[in-house]
Write a protein that binds this ligand. Structure first.
Ligand code: PHE
Length: 363
């Protein structure tokens, strides 16, 4: 895990009441506070540490041993058996074991990924879980599965209306290892179908592990950045991390209105000019090169000054049996104009590390 990523761990953007992520989190929590169930209110967690065991992140939620998300290409390993959580689902089992029966967990999650305007290696999720007791389905004369899935759907449709106002919605079948059945909820917003959240009825074996074998539960998870970008009109995911007051001064607790209707949206301040750098290189023969590793290296060297990393050309020389990639790096600050000098310096570091760490041959 690079310094650049480690540095993000104690930022707690979702705990800042006047930050768009903090505002959205509060709006979601308010909705669940208004949901009265026989167990009273939902308990809110927003400061569980993001370094978790691989058991919590993967095994406790039934992620198969050979699942791609376990690879060091997708997940940040801190040690061999601890990771930066890649989803808030990592806390489901532990909280159930601690006796919680309905709760939300909001937190920063970490994924190695490509670089563009909607992807950042750290983002934020809200997880929700609710457990039902046998008498709740028995008294209604329906199956436990029916109760959990009906309740899940009405609760989340209500949440979406709370966030987006009246809008068209559809349920799409999905797959998650920890729920069955699993769904994604999509809304028709500004002319497009958008996925808002993933959810499902919790696999019984997770409840078994928490000694709750005779209960049923639902769970959902949603990403805050994507929703905040849509609702507040925020054009680039890096803006959430800026300390520029031209950004922060535009947001305040309590400003939110459903669907953004009648709410003052984010007014972009001028975009500073981009600076493009291309690099062409032969890949090492052992197929160790991956785009995520390249992006991680660039993030470490350029921080939030890198806007996009894009493969623009690829060819294989049949005689040599070697493959060449050409990547275009877009550098742009959200705060100021970059000088040639500083971009050249970053690019030099990137090139040097490409050779020494990724073992490519620059052309
Ligand atoms: N953890 C899932 C993700 O990160 C979301 C999810 C949570 C899905 C809970 C179902 C139930 O994509």
């Amino acid at each position: 895990v690079s310094e650049y990523i480690f540095d993000k761990i104690d930022k707690g953007l979702h705990r800042l009441p006047d930050h768009p992520l903090g505002i959205l989190k509060a709006v979601i929590e308010n909705y669940f506070t208004s949901q009265h169930t026989e167990k009273g209110h939902f308990v809110m967690f927003d400061d569980l540490a993001p370094v978790v065991t691989t058991y919590a992140n993967f095994d406790s939620v039934l992620v198969p041993v050979d699942h791609v998300s376990r690879s060091t290409n997708d997940t940040y390993y801190v040690t061999e058996d601890t990771v930066l959580r890649c989803h808030t689902s990592a806390h489901q089992l532990e909280l159930l074991k601690n006796g919680h029966r309905q709760f939300l967990v909001t937190g920063d999650v970490y994924r190695r990924d490509s670089i563009d305007a909607t992807h950042f290696p750290v983002f934020h999720q809200v997880e929700g879980v609710r457990v039902f007791e046998p008498h709740e389905w028995e008294s209604r004369n329906i199956s436990s599965l029916e109760l959990a899935s009906t309740e899940l759907k009405t609760t989340l449709e209500g949440l979406v209306r709370h966030l987006f106002g009246d809008c068209e919605m559809r349920w799409v079948d999905a797959y998650f290892p920890f729920t069955e059945p699993s769904y994604e909820l999509e809304i028709f917003f500004q002319g497009e179908w958008l996925e808002v959240l993933g959810c499902g009825v919790m696999q019984s074996s997770i409840l078994d592990n928490a000694s709750l074998g005779d209960r049923r539960a639902w769970a959902f998870g949603l990403g805050l950045e994507r929703l905040a970008m849509i609702l507040f009109d925020i054009p680039d995911i890096r803006l959430f991390w800026t300390s520029d007051t031209r950004f922060s001064a535009q947001f305040s607790a309590g400003m939110f209105k459903a669907g953004g209707v009648g709410m003052k949206k984010f007014a972009s301040y001028s975009k500073y000019p981009p600076c493009y750098k291309d690099a062409s290189f032969w890949l090492p023969d052992d197929s160790s090169f991956t785009e995520n590793t390249l992006c991680e290296l660039v993030r470490d060297a350029a921080g939030s000054l890198v806007e996009e990393v894009k493969l623009i050309d690829e060819f294989t020389n049949p005689k040599l049996g070697r493959t060449s990639n050409c990547y275009r790096f877009t550098y742009r600050s959200m705060e100021r104009s970059l000088t040639d000098e500083e971009v050249n310096k970053i690019q030099e570091i990137v090139r040097a590390r490409l050779e020494s760490e990724l073992r490519v041959t620059l052309r």
